[in-house]
Design a binder for this molecule. Structure first.
Ligand code: FUC
Length: 778
């Protein structure tokens, strides 16, 4: 009965799919794909950007459309930003701070907000956007009628491929972005000599780019945004085997070639180098390597990251079908564990492809953004989004890829120091809700999201987390601790005593982007003492003390932090049993709000655990249930956060339900997360969440399979990481742990938990320990 209903779901949804690929079906295309492939694939070209497939080497990326007579590659380079560094602290802010605090303590929220809006928000005059690099367009002269069409992104090799048969000739395009050679490679082949005739063209929205073609090279240059932004250069080299090339009007025509390789390099002056020379050098070096070598080097480099983790959740017949059909089928209730596995590995693929050491961090869209003004400028929102991007970095064995974010936090320093001083008269560093490639840290816009000085303090958690997984003391001393210390220093100056409770509170501040109703019925946002701020500050100060201890420095400062911690307002439970979001129990105009900020202590923090405070854990559960029962989880990232919350609550079923909801409601055909629109944080957040369902190590012990749902009866995850320097391989069967292999990278002693079983394991560096399902050594 059960399997029959599964089958009818699948047939129903496939029939929906088949109706929109009717043309392909009419041509007798086989739907079959090898079932265990980690491929996102389609039987039709992308109809829009959300169906195109992303490739990237950390900084240079493309969205591949796979068109038949026109191929479009929408290009990105991570430093293509408009705008420039700017100071815009409101000069009246310092004087307004005291009066705003007094008004808030007196419950005069509307008055306080009015002053803060006028006197504390900055006036950001220069717009800044992460922008497209441009488009590469290939126009083919063959017939538009083709058979055997297939377009795929192969996650095992990081190669996008399009193939089809036209006039009995099989055409194939392979596209990848190589990190070792810093070049985007497009390889075109046909199974008949002389069959490749097409035109190559580049363009950029606004038509301001200077585009020239000579010999076998096209160059595109622009000082973006009419000179307010980076200067960028793109170069394309066309390497043909057979046939001939003609360069005219910035285009290159290819006539009757056997095989063509396009090499594309791009750079800007963002990091201080001259992009013309840099791209020229890169192109010359890549051009001297044969295609097979370029590809082999790319695959090797990529797999060095990708192959570290292997997940298996089982497989059903759905795995034979194209990805868009599988999403439709899942929406209709079909069970497809392999799609979850694909989604998981896609999250890791995206981090490997958008965040490499030495570059900028993954922004709201990773590195993939179309147009000149993408949503939210595709910037660095630091009131959840960019942090979420990096939640999977350590857990899924991609620790090095965390570094762009960590270095970025250091780079915020000079502006963050200025903002602390000029806006609040304080020492240390502060950043607000968002920033950009130019590192601004001042607040601007509405107080509802901007009056929140915790962006850097939250981000600093990542500096400490990287240390917990690696115990790299040099890194701690040189990069992490100095940034943490300055952020902590700001917090100690920022907190003030609540005149009634005598506790230290943060304010004026908000609970990110949420609002409340005052007793007089006004809707307000700012308070003294939003819960999230205190959770963040507690986290930061505790971590800074631990870091100072590990480095054996700053004893007096540590004492000061300890003293502040002892006076910090605690997390409170309200009369309805939920964690209080503000100091008072206000009515909520939007009870299903997407930010669930006051659960920071549950995740990504570690202040709410079963071990420490089960009463807060129960209150956290009520808080999520209440949000969800009022329509919560409606943005992709919010849903992804909820998966992590339920994993931490060790409720595998609820975590799984929310994972399914993410796939069903907030996932685009190419598996990108949608807010809507596309925002990459949900991809990363869910990848972290799936890992948290299978392994946790935030509460002083390594807990195996803490939230395994019933749907995953048999499977394994190999290569995920725990704090203290451990790599774990976990295998389970009949819903129970079968075997755990623990590689100790640092030789630490750890406590391992599976259900109620707990053991202590002394380890030696480099050794692997194998335990059975009862945690007995094997
Ligand atoms: C935060 C969220 C929004 C959006 C934006 C980019 O401010 O509240 O939902 O994700 O970032």
């Amino acid at each position: 009965m059960h399997s029959q209903s599964k089958f009818s779901f699948l047939s129903l949804t496939l029939s929906i799919y088949f109706s929109f690929v009717a043309t392909a079906i009419a041509q007798n295309l086989p739907p079959a794909a090898p079932p265990a492939d980690l491929k996102i694939w389609f039987m039709h070209p992308a109809n829009n950007w959300n169906e195109a497939l992303p490739v990237g080497n950390g900084r240079l990326g493309a969205m591949v459309f796979g068109g038949i007579t026109t191929e479009r590659l929408q290009l990105n380079e991570e430093t293509v930003w408009s705008g420039k560094p700017e100071d815009f602290v409101n000069p009246q802010a310092k004087a307004a701070l005291g009066p705003v605090r007094q008004l808030l303590f007196a419950g005069k929220y509307a008055e306080a907000q009015k002053i803060a809006q006028e006197k504390m928000m900055g006036d950001k005059k220069v717009g800044s956007n992460y922008q497209t690099l441009g488009d590469l367009q290939l126009d083919f002269s063959h017939t538009p009628t083709v058979t055997d069409y297939r377009r795929e992104l192969d996650l095992e090799n990081a190669v996008a491929r399009t193939s089809y048969v036209a006039n009995r000739i099989k055409y194939t395009r392979e596209i990848f972005s190589s990190a070792p050679d810093q070049v985007l490679v497009v390889r075109l082949t046909a199974d008949k000599p002389g069959a490749l005739s097409f035109n190559i063209k580049v363009s950029r929205p606004g038509d301001k780019a200077n585009i020239t073609a000579t010999g076998n090279e096209i160059t595109m240059q622009e000082h973006v945004n009419n000179g307010v932004g980076v200067k960028m250069v793109t170069r394309i080299k066309v390497l043909n085997e057979g046939g001939a090339l003609t360069a005219t009007n910035g285009n290159i025509g290819v006539k009757e070639a056997n095989t063509v390789t396009l090499l594309l390099t791009a750079a800007s002056d963002y990091w201080g180098s001259e992009p013309g020379a840099q791209t020229g050098k890169q192109l010359a070096a890549a051009g001297s390597k044969p295609f097979t070598q370029l590809k082999a080097d790319h695959v090797k480099d990529y797999q060095n990251y990708f192959k570290r983790v292997d997940l298996n959740l089982g497989i059903t017949e759905a795995a034979y079908y194209p990805t868009d059909a599988r999403i439709v089928a899942m929406q209709a209730g079909n069970v497809d564990p392999h799609l979850l596995q694909l989604y998981y590995q896609f999250g890791r693929y995206l981090l490997i492809s958008s965040s490499r050491p030495g570059g900028l961090p993954a922004n709201l869209q990773g590195i993939w953004a179309d147009g000149l003004t993408p949503p939210w400028s595709a910037d660095y929102h630091i009131n959840i989004n960019i942090q979420m991007n990096y939640w999977p970095a350590e857990l899924t064995n991609l620790s090095e890829l965390h570094l762009p974010f960590l270095k970025f936090l250091e780079a915020l320093g000079p502006d963050a120091r200025k903002t602390a001083r000029d806006m609040y008269g304080l020492k240390g560093t502060v950043a607000h809700f968002t920033t950009d490639a130019w590192h601004f840290t001042e607040p601007y816009g509405q107080t509802q999201w901007a009056m929140w000085p915790m962006g850097l303090a939250w981000s600093a958690q990542h500096l400490w987390e990287h240390y917990l997984f690696t115990e790299d003391k040099k890194y701690l001393k040189e990069l992490a601790y100095p940034v943490m210390k300055e952020a902590a220093e700001f917090c100690t100056g920022w907190l003030v005593e609540n005149p009634v409770t005598k506790q230290l509170v943060s304010g004026p501040s908000i609970s990110p982007e949420n609002q409340f109703k005052t007793k007089s019925g006004d809707v307000a946002t700012m308070v003294m003492g939003p819960t999230m701020d205190h959770m963040i500050i507690r986290d930061l100060l505790t971590n800074t003390i631990a870091a100072g201890k590990a480095l054996n420095q700053d004893a007096a400062f540590r004492k000061k932090l300890q003293n502040v911690l002892s006076r910090l307002a605690p997390t409170k439970i309200g009369s309805d049993g939920r964690i209080m979001e503000w100091t008072e129990e206000f009515a909520e105009p939007e009870p299903g709000h997407r930010h669930i900020s006051h659960l920071f202590g549950l995740h990504p923090g570690n202040q709410i655990t079963k071990q420490q405070n089960p009463e807060l854990l129960a209150a956290a559960r009520k808080t999520i249930d209440y949000r969800l029962s009022h329509g919560g989880g409606h943005t992709g990232w919010s849903r992804a956060w909820i998966i992590n919350f339920f994993a931490r609550l060790q409720d595998g079923e609820a975590a799984y339900e929310n994972l399914l909801a993410l796939l069903r409601k907030s996932t685009l055909p190419n598996l990108f997360d949608t807010h809507p629109p596309f925002q990459i944080d949900g991809n990363f957040g869910a990848t972290a969440g799936i890992t948290e369902m299978l392994l946790q190590s935030h509460a002083g012990e390594i807990q195996l399979l803490p939230a395994l749902p019933k749907a995953w009866q048999k499977g394994y995850i190999h290569g995920i990481c725990a704090r203290g320097g451990f790599d774990l391989d976990l295998d389970w069967e009949n819903g129970k742990l079968k075997q755990a292999k623990i590689l100790s990278k640092l030789g630490n002693t750890c406590q391992i938990r599976y259900g109620d079983e707990v053991i202590s394991l002394k380890t030696q560096k480099g050794k692997t320990y194998t335990l059975d399902g009862n945690l007995k050594p094997l």
